[in-house]
Design a protein around this ligand. Structure first.
Ligand code: SF4
Ligand code: SF4
Length: 195
């Protein structure tokens, strides 16, 4: 109890001295000044660099295939049921062997929250959210993505969390392409000044 009272008295004394000599204000100004002379953290996106997200990032959805190249999805509709904004449409189809597959599988990415619940709910790991974040359209209707397009979307990579050299390509649409010579990139956090 006595120790706690002494500690409180010390803290009060420090606060009082700090208040008299504007210690907090001076600390704040010193930090601001030090950032004026630290390295820039501005990324030159999209012309020269781009960020590659960590594998845990939840970007554009993709559908997976099995080793034989067949779509893994068994059209159970669990993902559509759990989706909080009802943006997944699944229409099941049963083939002559009695196997279920989606005749229609559509995700409305304009309404999606990227919460990842569809990925968590899938019993056969057929759907996942990848690291692709560069997708846009002039019309929200164009952000509805169908089964075949979802199958062609890039999956997850093991790497990420770095800045790589890139170039803006406007020849066919608008794409920010990585430059091959800098696939590993550099750690973004090394640009930040650390104490
Ligand atoms: S990420 Fe969330 S909101 Fe988006 S489709 Fe999946 S469950 Fe729905
Ligand atoms: S993606 Fe998974 S959860 Fe969704 S319908 Fe297909 S098998 Fe079911």
């Amino acid at each position: 109890m006595g120790y706690r009272t002494m500690a409180t008295d010390d803290a009060r004394k420090r606060n009082w001295i700090g208040w008299v000599f504007f210690a907090d204000l001076l600390n704040g100004l010193a930090l601001t000044l030090s950032y004026l002379f630290s390295k820039t953290v501005t990324m030159r996106y999209p012309d020269k660099e781009k960020w590659t997200p960590y594998p845990r990032f939840r970007g554009h959805h993709f559908l997976l295939t099995d080793q034989a190249g067949k779509i893994k999805c068994v059209a159970c509709e669990l993902c559509a049921r759990i989706c909080p904004c009802s943006c997944i449409t699944v229409v099941p189809h049963e083939d002559q062997n009695g196997e279920r597959h989606p005749k229609v599988f559509e995700v409305d990415t304009a309404r999606c929250l990227f919460c990842g619940l569809c990925e968590d709910a899938c019993p056969v790991e057929a759907i996942a959210l990848g690291q692709l974040y560069e997708f846009s359209a002039y019309s929200s209707g164009d952000l509805r993505v169908g089964r075949d397009e979802l199958l062609s979307k890039p999956g997850k990579t093991r790497q990420g969390g770095n800045v790589i050299a890139a170039r803006l390509n406007t020849d066919e649409g608008v794409r920010v392409e990585p430059k091959e010579e800098d696939e590993d990139g550099h750690d973004w956090w090394t640009r930040l000044r650390r104490k």
